[in-house]
Design a protein around this ligand. Structure first.
Ligand SMILES: C[S@@+](CC[C@H](N)C(=O)[O-])C[C@H]1O[C@@H](n2cnc3c(N)ncnc32)[C@H](O)[C@@H]1O
Length: 231
């Protein structure tokens, strides 16, 4: 069964442009900025990969806050990679089209791997987490930001209304629909834990429920690759 990645493979250029426009609003920029600040507490230099980078704006924000980091972006969608190329045109980023279930990156290559709202779409989450383990350096982390299913609906409704109060009529209509669709497809914290337990990260993970840009729908999934000697 396809969890959603097939739709992104087929995404037309105009679809990526609509996504870009929808994600250009202030609350999404706040979300990107909060995630970038979190990640920059984890590393100060080295190679960072953003999986399912989409519009690539997280990479742009990380570069703005710390130009020392060597940036990589992966996405299954050609249209999204083309969009990201435009959005990060002024900076050095290694963008590649591909599926995280099997990549051509070297083993032990990245100092930090991240993704925002992409994990729930992967058709092979277990194989993909094992691939993340392979390409991550020992003693380094992957920090994934994902929405979860069993969130507080009342708190979410209030926060979303507040976030969208200055938006256009169209955004007020489209964004909640888009988010609610994502939330219907997403995992629960327990589902994610079950998947991680089947992977190489089984002994070294932590899942926290977090509020990002006022929305109480996020989990921060931290996966650590232990030092080979300590394993
Ligand atoms: C909802 S978008 C999120 C984009 C961006 N990270 C953001 O925060 O707006 C999900 C992205 O994940 C990508 N994607 C889905 N499955 C993937 C896979 N198996 N490997 C790599 N990218 C994938 C999609 O093409 C899409 O760009």
């Amino acid at each position: 069964m396809d969890r959603g990645e097939q739709n992104f493979i087929k995404l037309p250029v105009f679809g990526a442009k609509i996504y870009n426009k929808m994600m250009s609003i202030a609350p999404v920029q706040n979300q990107i900025s909060q995630i970038a600040q979190d990640l920059l507490k984890v590393i100060k230099r080295g190679r960072l990969l953003d999986i399912g980078t989409g519009h690539g704006k997280l990479l742009k924000e990380i570069h703005k806050l710390n130009p020392q980091i060597e940036l990589y972006g992966l996405d299954i969608s050609k249209a999204m990679i083309e969009l990201a190329k435009t959005n990060v045109a002024q900076i050095q980023v290694n963008l590649m089209q591909g599926n995280i279930n099997s990549t051509i990156y070297e083993k032990d290559f990245f100092d930090l791997i991240t993704c925002t709202g992409s994990f729930y779409l992967w058709n092979q989450p277990k194989e993909s987490l094992n691939e993340i383990y392979r390409i991550l350096k020992p003693n380094c982390k992957a920090v994934l930001f994902e929405t979860y299913k069993n969130y507080d609906k009342e708190q979410f409704k209030k926060a979303l209304k507040h976030n969208l109060k200055d938006e256009t009529f169209l955004n007020k209509k489209l964004l909640p629909r888009f988010l609610k669709k994502q939330l219907r497809m997403t995992y629960s914290v327990e589902d994610v834990e079950e998947i991680i337990k089947l992977t190489d990260f089984t002994n070294s993970y932590e899942i926290l429920k977090v509020i990002i840009a006022t929305l109480p729908i996020w989990m921060r999934i931290e996966l650590r690759k232990p030092n080979e000697i300590l394993k």
